[in-house]
Design a protein around this ligand. Structure first.
Ligand SMILES: NC(=O)c1ccc[n+]([C@@H]2O[C@H](COP(=O)([O-])OP(=O)(O)OC[C@H]3O[C@@H](n4cnc5c(N)ncnc54)[C@H](OP(=O)(O)O)[C@@H]3O)[C@@H](O)[C@H]2O)c1
Length: 308
């Protein structure tokens, strides 16, 4: 199979594009012929050796989410059939979606339902999973609450904005001016141009913060919370930053992998609560160019490989 991989991990690596052996299905696994796979913020960090992860087998194929067709089923797999359209996110600590084929536990892939195309499903998988685990499972956002979502135009944040609106919350978000119309269209109530205004002087008394930006933006986000507020962080490594006040909490969502969360993504799209983000398409052979855009951190929506 064709795949995009690195030869070692620990420092900046050049992406390789070439032929690797096809995977086979171990007991409980399926092999999926990948049709589309997405680029996630973690991918360039892995390539640069900046991910908080160790990989012990090389070549290491990058990529965490995909959509495709079941091509083989291992022993004991009874709930998925060859030829079915599925989408999924690799298990924690595993990667391998920048490829024509992947072997993965059947229990953590879901049927691609609800009229999603393969491109849509790949674009939504890890971003949607992360948004649901953060907004619903970790922040437990409720109707009538106000949430500040940092970095609104990104893949995770744009899903989180729509999910928060669906739950009945008021959404404030931050983005460059060129993304404001897009964010208004997907439901944001108030959009702060972070290049012109300090968000901490505008957003006040929030019940919750979801930070997808990291660094100083993450640390300063505690300031917008009302007493008792909670903030969740996904771009600050494995730990949430420590609050500089004692009346709020900082949380690092656990983003586990399972089928019900993927089914929730498809259901939210099917009922019209969430729409698919803007997608820029690439070929697998163009992975280096896609990483350059991802690493720039100033684009809208998702970058997706059309693999076949
Ligand atoms: N399971 C997990 O823990 C998990 C899963 C997925 C992603 N992540 C992490 O979450 C982060 C977000 O990932 P992503 O793929 O959704 O998006 P991303 O590609 O990291 O971010 C792109 C967006 O960030 C915005 N941005 C950059 N600097 C900003 C700032 N100072 N203030 C406000 N917005 C800013 C840009 O918007 P403008 O062009 O408008 O500036 C752009 O639309 C990444 O760090 C990723 O590694 C974690």
């Amino acid at each position: 199979m064709k795949a995009v991989y690195i030869e070692r991990h620990g420092g900046p690596e050049v992406l390789q594009f070439g032929e690797l052996p096809d995977p086979s299905a171990a007991p409980g696994e399926v092999v999926v012929d990948i049709v589309a796979a997405s680029v996630n913020g973690a991918d360039w960090k892995v390539r640069e050796g900046k991910a908080n992860q160790a990989f012990d087998r090389f070549p290491h194929v990058l990529g965490r989410d995909f959509s495709g067709v079941v091509a083989a089923a291992g022993e004991g797999v009874r709930d998925l059939r060859i030829g079915e359209d599925v989408f999924g996110v690799c298990d924690v600590g595993q990667e391998g979606a920048y490829a024509e084929k992947i072997a993965i536990k059947a229990a953590i892939v879901a049927r691609k339902t609800g009229g999603l195309s393969h491109i849509d499903a790949a674009a939504l998988a890890l971003a949607g999973l992360t948004a649901i685990c953060t907004v619903e499972d970790t922040l437990k956002l409720k109707a009538g609450e106000t949430i500040l979502i940092q970095g609104g135009a990104g893949g995770v944040a744009s899903f989180a904005i729509q999910l928060s609106k669906h739950l009945g919350a008021r959404v404030i978000t931050t983005a460059s001016r060129s993304n404001h119309d897009y964010l208004r269209e997907i439901g944001a109530d108030e959009i702060i141009d972070y290049n012109a205004v300090d968000f901490a002087t505008v957003a006040r008394d929030c019940d919750a913060v979801f930070d997808t930006v990291g660094g100083d933006v993450a640390q300063r986000s505690f300031a917008v919370l009302k007493p008792g507020g909670r903030a969740a962080f996904i771009a600050s490594g494995p730990q949430a930053p420590k609050p500089d006040r004692s009346d709020v909490v900082g949380l690092r969502p656990a983003v586990g992998r399972d089928r019900p969360h993927l089914e929730r993504i498809a259901a939210l799209v099917a009922i019209g609560a969430v729409r698919v983000p803007e997608v820029t398409r690439y070929k697998l052979s163009e992975a280096a160019a896609a990483h350059e855009v991802s690493q720039s951190r100033h684009f809208r929506g998702k970058l997706v490989f059309l693999v076949r």
